[in-house]
Design a protein around this ligand. Structure first.
Ligand SMILES: [Zn+2]
Length: 157
């Protein structure tokens, strides 16, 4: 498989292309563009599908918090669901959400922090905002998986 460095390089090289397409076909406001690019960078740097490996650059970028991905490497075998085009990103976002939930419950159990009682009745999230966010987070992971497949296919020939 291509190295983490190669993956990141390809993803970052394509970013201007996506931003241009985004500007032309989705939204011309700089706020929407910044949201998209921010989510894309976050995903490229910190949510790589290779977090299913014990050692990877993405995990190293988490610094001291890198250990939180250890259970993820145990659950997801390399290039399994973690590399799925549809569900890969979802496994990592769901995993982070689950961790946040566990931390919130532990904090509230020990009366350190209370989960706001109106947490479940939060204002509805803007669908466009959510769509842009998901696209930005998802796209680098798709590129990663496609790159992995192309690389494997080339090696086979
Ligand atoms: Zn990979």
């Amino acid at each position: 498989m291509p190295s983490g460095k190669t993956h990141l390089r390809i993803e970052l090289l394509l970013l201007p292309v996506w931003v241009a397409l985004f500007y032309l076909f989705v939204d011309t406001s700089w706020q929407a563009g910044a949201l998209f690019a921010g989510a894309y960078l976050f995903s490229s740097l910190l949510l790589s599908p290779d977090l299913d490996l014990r050692y990877n650059r993405s995990r190293r970028r988490w610094g001291l918090l890198g250990f939180i991905w250890i259970p993820y490497t145990k659950v997801f075998k390399h290039r399994g669901v973690s590399h799925s085009l549809l569900f890969g990103t979802l496994t990592r976002l769901g995993y982070l959400g689950l961790l946040a939930l566990i931390i919130a419950f532990v904090l509230s159990y020990f009366n350190i922090w209370a989960i706001p009682s109106d947490a479940l009745s939060a204002p509805p999230i803007d669908l466009k905002f959510l769509g842009i966010l998901i696209a930005g987070l998802w796209l680098p992971n798709v590129i990663h998986t496609v790159t992995d497949h192309v690389h494997s296919a080339l090696l086979r020939h």
